[in-house]
Ligand binder design. Structure first.
Ligand SMILES: Nc1ncnc2c1ncn2[C@@H]1O[C@H](COP(=O)(O)OP(=O)(O)OP(=O)(O)O)[C@@H](O)[C@H]1O
Length: 295
């Protein structure tokens, strides 16, 4: 089972330049024609994904199950499953081609520069450790803070993700928390070391609509307040409409449509995008498409 402290090691110096070498408008994450193949089956699964993410921006990836959304994210995180490889194109994190990164450099980068939240938060937490202690460990290792300061920061993080009574939650075990609370705990852990990029892969899918909306608001806050750049994967167009600046629509490993979220959702050009929108209309997508009319 994966735990929060997997891949954590004392931070190493990864020279991505002094201060903020990239500047506010420079890409934090760029994918150029990324192709991913299943080496076991000898076939290409993802046939060329490109996008550029700058601080405070949100790119959404939508599409049917099995279209390659998660593989694309995992490629950017350097955690493709066994047998899968990036077989074309390139991925750059803050200007560094990830193909050049050593395992140690990856360890230094994860959490501090790029971080992720997936579905099923419980599987990323150790059931026998209090959730606060698990976040504090991330802080201690990644931010090199002493125990007491790490504890304080963990409580602050639990508060920042809008968990009521963060001191109380700190001392609770995963099984004592609801799915929505666990997802907030995971987000707290993911942002504990102040990453520049957060990948949220179906992070709200398992949650009920109200909790989902609260988590999306939280991600929007982080984007606004911390300039976090987000990649949001969802099969739910309403999620994308609410949060994203740019949308990629994937079908069978191809990006069939890509553009500003407004344009793609209001004026879809590909049949598959039209189909997705038609399917969502019955669930009330229009309230997200025209949020201004509500105020
Ligand atoms: N660990 C794995 N082992 C074998 N095949 C895999 C693995 N992960 C993904 N695949 C295959 O690669 C293809 C793309 O999968 P991926 O998980 O990226 O799709 P997705 O768009 O994220 O789907 P979903 O919305 O269901 O999560 C699928 O055909 C899937 O079966």
């Amino acid at each position: 089972m994966a735990t929060l402290s997997d891949n954590l090691a004392p931070e190493e110096t990864l020279d991505l330049g002094p201060g903020d070498p990239t500047g506010p408008r420079r890409p934090v994450l760029s994918l150029h024609d990324v192709r991913i193949s299943d080496q076991a089956g000898g076939r290409e699964i993802v046939h060329g994904v490109s996008f550029t993410l700058t601080p405070g921006r949100v790119v959404g990836i939508v599409g049917e199950s099995g279209s390659g959304k998660t593989l694309t994210c995992r490629a950017a995180l350097g955690i493709l499953p066994a047998h899968f490889e990036v077989t074309g194109g390139s991925i750059e994190i803050r200007g560094t081609d990830i193909a050049d990164l050593s395992p140690a450099q990856w360890t230094a980068l994860r959490g501090t520069t790029i971080s992720a939240v997936f579905q099923d938060p419980a599987s990323y937490l150790n059931p026998s450790l209090r959730v606060g202690a698990q976040i504090a460990e991330v802080v201690r290792v990644k931010k090199k803070l002493p125990r007491r300061a790490a504890r304080r920061r963990a409580v602050d993080l639990l508060r920042a993700v809008h968990l009521r009574e963060p001191e109380l939650v700190y001392g609770q075990y995963p099984h004592e928390l609801s799915g929505g609370m666990l997802q907030r705990v995971l987000i707290a852990a993911a942002i504990a070391a102040d990453p520049h990029i957060l990948i949220a892969d179906e992070a709200t899918t398992a949650l009920d609509v109200t909790v989902q909306a609260e988590i999306l608001d939280l991600l929007a806050d982080l984007r606004e307040q911390a300039g976090l750049a987000l990649v949001v994967v969802s099969h739910d167009l309403a999620v994308v409409a609410q949060l994203c600046d740019e949308v990629l629509v994937m079908q069978q490993g191809e990006v069939v449509e890509q553009g500003p979220a407004e344009r793609v959702l209001h004026d879809p050009r590909h049949d598959y995008t039209r189909l997705l929108i038609a399917e969502h209309e019955q669930y009330g997508l229009e309230k997200f498409l025209d949020p201004k009319e509500e105020t």
